[in-house]
Design a binder for this molecule. Sequence first.
Ligand code: GLN
Ligand code: ZN
Length: 749
Amino acid sequence: MAQTHILGYPRIGAQRELKKAQEAYWRGEIAQSELLQAGAEIRRGNWQAQRDAGLERVTVGDFAWYDQVLNHTLMFGAVPRRFSEGAADNKLDQYFRLARGRAPSGEPVAASAMTKWFDTNYHYLVPEFTAEQAFALDAEWLLAEVREAQQQGHRVKPVVIGPLTYLWLGRADGDALALLPKLLPCYQQLLQQLAAADVDWVQIDEPILGLDLPGEWRAAFAPGYAQLCAAAPSLKLLLATYFSPLRENLPLVFGLPVAGVHIDCVRAPEELPAALEALGAEQVLSVGVVNGRNIWRADLARWQAALQPLQQQLGERLWLSAGCSLLHCPVDLDTEQKLLPPQRQKLAYARQKLHELQQLQALLQNTAAVDKSAVSAPVDASATAGELADTWRPQRYVERAKRQRERLQLPPLPTTTIGSFPQTDLLRQTRRQFRSGELSEQDYLDHLRAEIAEAVRRQEILGLDVLVHGEAERNDMVEYFGEQLHGFVHTGNGWVQSYGSRCVKPPIIFGDISRAQPMTVEWSRYAQSLTKKPVKGMLTGPVTILNWSFPREDIPRSESCLQIAKALRQEVQDLEAAGIGIIQIDEPALREGVPLRESGHQGYFDWAVACFRYTCATVQAETQIHTHMCYSNFNAIMEAIVALDADVITIESARSDLRLLESFAGKQGGYPNEIGPGIYDIHSPNVPEREELVARLRKVAEVIPREKLWVNPDCGLKTRSWAEVGSALLNMVEAARTLRAELDVTESA
Ligand code: GLN
Ligand code: ZN
């Protein structure tokens, strides 16, 4: 009989208990013992849920107080000096100091960098390695959790991140791979300690095997795993890969001396035959067939049909699982209050996915006829190709820019902001009151109008050139549109961890998407009625709406994206008709949908970029289209950004110290249209000095021609206070004036 297991379970708790306990602990409201207790309760519940669903072993080691990569950094003693020098404090406090940026003295120091875990929306803390990096094992937390689960009567399967993936994820002074010989002894000891703790199987995650790996990294696997496997011969290793096809690494993976291999059949079902072929005579094959990254029920009949022959061939050597850890999906549908029965019926959160594995196991036991009609058709992107064939605006940028200049009459180096203004406590409270019915719609709308009027008034006083309405009506840039479009469903408790104590609640693309009615037009029209300066209309782009939602699985993502683009095009047209001369379409999540393998990039960008252009392809030449993105490292996607063909792009660049401007200003292949490099970091509460901004602008003006340069912060201001925003923008406007004067002088000289 096939066995069932999972690679990992969400650790936030069904009611986000972990978040609540963490934050209370950070605020000093609860003792550490209470926090520890809350974590133990979550683990107990998670293991019990696995046991209740008949899983042979519960997974241990997937719990983390903040992040699983950070767990390993502490386990291997790779704590950067700024967090360790001085007092030796409590281990958990040290752990939080790495995550939150505090020295042992309590002084603020740079927190560990955070970045996305492969192509998910989960962020891990990036390990930092020095050239002289030393490692020393302290696996007490993992061993303690193993004992804890065993004491609760479970058979356990601990999970650790493999040594090559761990090194790959870090930032090294020099070559991270060179550290492998120093790190492997820690893993060897770790495996020995686990073997001594009565563990039989260990899951070791190496998701980098789904990347285009450099040759030296590939070559390091065989000798590295030979050492690991020899260290604890009684222990069986399950090598887990996920998120991406193995391709050229497939023979390598199955050739390792590991007792089993997990492959992600959700992401790469086509590799199942090759995996079976390559499987060693005694190796276990774990197939991930339930989607750990989405909320739809699995098509079990389809998997029954596909796996029946494997079951016959492999018997107990076939393991059933989800494609990846269930960390990336919400916890328990039974706690969901908001959905209607017909919606609920189609969904499975983590706990329901455990039962799907159990059901599949039962289906495979019984060789009764399989309903082949349930096998879903493979999804391909060709359906949208025709409609996306020509999405370019009829006039080229040069022609458009001329007309826009005539219409808008902006000064050189125009100043603007990215869209949102502070979401004050009062505003949030008013929204809550409206949602709970305490406040009438009329009162709520009046309040929003007052907020907008105030934002416009402040911007006029500050002397900004292109104004915004301030997004007071939005709590979230995707949810706001999702709530108004047909086709989306919003959950009440569909939280997924994003980082640390932060969770997101992505909407579900449930059906075909279309626009019911204008979504933003009245707000923009109202703001524009209050001022002679141009007000930018503000939309979230189709790719970002798609990438921050749970997508459908029955149609290609490109098709959902086009549906969203069609709805947004109507909105763009209505804004234009309402006299809005500048429309910004934000795409901060464009990069997130990029496939992990380079070979998939072009296919993705082809439709994603065309969908963006589709939203604004019909506007007049004199209507100016802006877009905004906020992450550094644009180099890899520069070509796609250029192809968006926005008249103006505003980008994050303050934190990356303007380095990325090089790609935008690049001699060849730079950004050909106008650019607003964020000149200060809105994530920091520090108000930038005027002189600092002038200096920064001078540097920017050296690489970007003045007629293409805009002046703006690097992202929206909704998380800041009005006091910070007022002073920062005043300095920014003055810096722009200083620079205009300087440039005038150099030009007339
Ligand atoms: N217009 C949005 C804002 O200003 C953009 C947010 C974002 O880039 N994530 O808040
Ligand atoms: Zn941004």
